[in-house]
Design a protein around this ligand. Sequence first.
Ligand SMILES: C=C(O[C@@H]1C=C(C(=O)O)C=C[C@H]1O)C(=O)O
Length: 385
Amino acid sequence: MNDNTLLTLRDRISALDLNLLSLLAERRALALDVARSKIASQRPIRDMARERELLKRLVTEGQKRDLDGFYVTRLFQMIIEDSVLTQQALLQLDLNHQEQRSARVAFLGPKGSYSHLAARQYGARYFEQVVECGCQKFSDIVQLVETGQAEYGILPIENSSSGSINEVYDLLQHTHLSLVGEIAIPIDHCILVSGNTNLERIEVIYSHPQPFQQCSQFLGRFPQWQFDYCESTAAAMEKVAQLNRPTVAALVSGQGGALYGLQVLESNLANQQQNITRFIVLARKPIDVTEQVPAKTTLIMATGQQSGALVEALLVLRTHGIVMTRLESRPIHGNAHEEMFYIDVQANLRSGKMQKALRELQAITRSLKVLGCYPSENVLPVDQE
Ligand SMILES: C=C(O[C@@H]1C=C(C(=O)O)C=C[C@H]1O)C(=O)O
């Protein structure tokens, strides 16, 4: 194949990709119209039966066109997830009478950090314009929102492979801010380079200790590589972009690297395939969550020291059929013998069962605070039969 043929074929692919994008945008606009009709009809946002039927038909149609069923399913699950979350956001904005089109969002780190990606994802879903406020410490994020210099603060709370982020839990104990959202970001560590090179030519890899640790199996295949530890993955990207040499690379997020003009050489390098970080969104005022979307409520409570106090509290949840999705404990500052418990439940704060449970918990705990109720962003795909 000569170069001209290749260029022509690539032009056709590029044009076709633009058409795909237009179709995706058109589909999203239709989903928003569906959401508007659901505001009027009060129907739940998700309709599993419709999704199942839709996917089944697409798999069959895909097979007629020689497209593998697994590929078609994965692709459309992603499209449906976006559709559901976009609809959820519209209902939430409508319910909370949020007319504001732009917001200031505070997050940790310079551009390209995973927190930055989370902030962008949240901002894009809810606002037309986002003013990004990169901070140096978690406590600065909380402070910016508390003092009204930002409307929202994004904080990582847990990672599927390395666990809870204690510093963030501790900050939640002392703030009056409310939890108004959550975002799950898949962490995809990649080898990024500044130009034309290959794995054999690389001599030095820049990254933060966490990605080095999470990708140890892949890195073990290249004993000649020298590791250079940076204070953040964003700093690693900056370094590689600055050096601009074929012998250096960064082990960081592919998406973030695009902001530094870096290219992906290898992707999906973590030892553990599912590597997800969950972020929480903080704001000055709590929000109301429509019953048309799945909601989560986060509580923070201190129980007395008598034996079985925590069990008793959890039994209250069970009595009311409330599912707990997370339980975390942290020491209470200045009180060596007691613990503060953080509980995530799958329930809307306005529901009767949650209100009853809260009243009962109030009576048996030493302190109880609702950190917030927010739409759950965990859109589990429908099971395929
Ligand atoms: C668009 C709708 O809302 C949701 C999203 C769907 C989609 O994107 O295809 C399908 C069903 C619902 O879970 C709908 O109800 O039709």
